[in-house]
Design a protein around this ligand. Structure first.
Ligand code: SAH
Length: 396
């Protein structure tokens, strides 16, 4: 077993169960480990802290599989981790009336770099770190055995693999080719998901409970669904009795799927549905210039801050979009606004929305503080795992 020894006084986070060892905390390495190899991490005095995966290309040099000393990291270990992840979700499908769930949420489930979503009978995985990549064949077999899924498709094509020196990887890992489009359900709402070319693993499951909550306020309202992707919030609002929904997105394929999802759902005949392909920043200004207003405005932009250094620019983006969005809300109407940038914490996000409200001359009250759905579990030892936050507000 190769040994990574930490510098003096750098062992505290690991002892507290934090899964990341940064390069600056490493004092020495016994012999150069292979990319993704499991190593033993010790404190400066040589006491075993836990085992992790070696990532020579990343600033996060080791991602801990556990912080329990010399506990072996073998097939039994990974089987237990997967069983624990599945156990937490066991009743969630029923409780949230859905057949689409995140089954493995990386660090928060003790499996750094491993994300697995289930869409009906199909698993979709992202293996984003050297350690996850090294364990991929084993994890694939164990996940297929534990879930009984028909297919396991890989979508390791996000940006994060670059930081680990890994090439993108997509395609079938196990089982049968998944269907071209998989129909999933969230309560009374159905969505089609394209797991091969959709964003991330195909759908934003992290917004499930927020879609449901916001839809519960949508009856009779006119809805602006900005950054709509394949319909998400707008389709849920339509199914809940919204009077009209306008979806805006840059992506033509996303809007084509949004149209199909709108047609698939309750309200398809009674709700006035429009699709606008364009840049939200420009389209919101155009709506303002036409003196349009809406009973419910949803703002669910992509991540504006990829890293902490991009925070100032991201904050300007969030402020602009919220300022424009707030101006379009009718008096007494609602704004649902989100940020999925991990670098922006809930308090900072509230402050940005408060500044936007001030500049827009609107008085805003928070009805619900929102976050990622509970299948996207957060570990108490890993606060970085909270990335999605939002506010549902009433606007005067
Ligand atoms: N609310 C959606 C998820 C939104 S993801 C759901 O519940 O499923 C963010 C979306 O914003 C993507 O579809 C992306 O194509 C779109 N997008 C990114 N930048 C944009 C811009 N400047 N204008 C319009 N759409 C944009």
């Amino acid at each position: 077993m190769k040994i990574v020894r930490l510098k003096a006084k750098r062992d505290y986070p690991t002892r507290m169960g934090h899964p990341w060892i940064f390069s600056g905390a490493v004092d020495s390495v016994s012999r150069e480990p292979r990319v993704g190899e499991t190593v033993l991490v010790t404190d400066a005095a040589g006491e075993a802290l836990g085992m992790g995966a070696w990532s020579p290309a990343s600033q996060i040099r080791v991602r801990m599989w556990h912080t329990q000393g010399q506990l072996p990291v073998d097939e039994g270990f990974f089987r237990d981790r997967i069983a624990a992840a599945l156990a937490v979700r066991e009743t969630m499908g029923e409780r949230f009336a859905t057949d689409a769930l995140r089954l493995v949420n990386a660090e928060a489930d003790g499996l750094p770099g491993v994300t697995v979503d289930r869409y009906g009978e199909t698993l979709v995985g992202q293996f984003t770190t050297a350690g996850a990549e090294a364990q991929k064949p084993l994890l694939t077999r164990l996940l297929m055995e534990a879930t009984g899924a028909a297919s396991f498709y890989e979508r390791s094509d996000g940006e994060s693999r670059k930081h680990e020196g890994l090439e993108p990887a997509t395609g079938l890992l196990a089982g049968a080719e998944p269907p071209e489009r998989i129909t999933i359900h969230e309560g009374p709402v159905a969505y089609e998901v394209d797991v091969r070319s959709g964003h991330k693993t195909g759908f934003y499951l992290d917004q499930r409970e927020n879609r449901r909550l916001i839809a519960a306020y949508a009856a009779g309202r006119t809805v602006l669904n900005a950054f709509s992707y394949t319909g998400g919030f707008g389709v849920a609002a339509q199914a809940a009795g919204a009077q009209a929904v306008t979806h805006i997105d840059l992506s033509a394929p996303a809007l084509a799927q949004a149209r199909r999802n709108a047609d698939l759902n309750p309200g398809a005949d009674s709700c006035q549905v429009d699709f606008v392909q364009g840049n939200v920043f420009q389209e919101l200004r155009a709506l303002r210039d036409r003196a349009r207003s809406f009973g419910l405005v949803v703002l669910d932009p992509p991540k504006f801050a990829e890293t902490r250094s991009q925070t100032p620019k991201a904050l300007r983006g969030y402020k602009d979009i919220n300022l424009l969005g707030l101006k379009l809300v009718e008096k007494g109407g609602l704004l649902a606004t989100f940020s999925c940038s991990g670098a922006i914490d809930p308090a900072l996000f509230r402050r940005v929305v408060a500044e936007a409200a001030h500049d827009a001359g609107r008085s805003v009250r928070i009805l619900h503080e929102l976050r990622q759905a509970p299948d996207h579990v957060e570990a108490l030892t890993f606060p970085e795992g909270l990335y999605l936050k939002g506010l549902l507000c009433e606007v005067q």
